[in-house]
Write a protein of this length. Structure first.
Length: 198
């Protein structure tokens, strides 16, 4: 039996609808700016400059920008941007001459992200509803692709990486923070949607 990708996406969307509505409820993953600062190395002072609407629903597993901030004028794609904490940090770095393309598959995070763009007035951020496996971005147009705790949720990781390299310019960078498993996962576990979302 193959994994039902459509059902998996729906179950993941349900989880992140809950995170958007109640980020402090308690999940199998950590959320919020305190966790990001204390455990993942984000600057507490920098996070304090962002609205709570941007940081509260943060659910990443690392800090992809720790490997290097984008430069002024760069174009950045954030795969699985959520409410946008990494997106907004990248937007500050690229400035008004750059662009950050935030991609998220969930309705609620897409809407939250668009609301956050309106709230902050940062015109260099574009939110797009889409999948990591089919980025709504033109070929060789991006300086940096970032992602935080999202690729592990894709049933087709190879396609996510192919898409990332498709959109990157020659010499562009891919900086991800994610969960890595160091041994084979049995087929039954790979096909169990409850394990992906528990």
């Amino acid at each position: 039996m193959a994994l039902d990708a459509a059902r998996l996406r729906e179950e993941i969307s349900k989880v992140y609808r809950e995170v958007a509505g109640d980020p402090k409820k308690g999940y199998h993953f950590h959320t919020g700016p305190d966790y990001a600062a204390e455990r993942l190395g984000y600057s507490r002072a920098v996070l304090a400059e962002l609205p709570d609407a941007v940081t509260a629903a943060f659910a990443g597993v690392g800090n992809p920008l720790a490997a290097g901030a984008p430069r002024a004028g760069d174009t950045v794609v954030d795969i699985g941007a959520g409410s946008g904490m990494d997106t907004f940090l990248a937007a500050a770095a690229v400035g008004p001459t750059g662009k950050v393309i935030a991609v998220d598959m969930t309705d609620v995070m897409f809407e939250r992200g668009c609301d956050n763009v309106a709230l902050t007035g940062l015109r260099q951020i574009e939110y797009h509803k889409g999948w990591a496996e089919a980025l709504p971005v033109t070929d060789t147009s991006v300086d940096l692709v970032i992602s935080n705790g999202v690729i592990n949720l894709s049933p087709d990781k190879d396609r996510v990486f192919r898409e990332s390299f498709r959109v990157l310019k020659p010499g562009g960078r891919l900086q991800i923070a994610d969960i890595v498993v160091h041994r084979d996962i049995p087929s039954a576990a790979r096909e169990d949607i409850a394990i992906w979302t528990a």
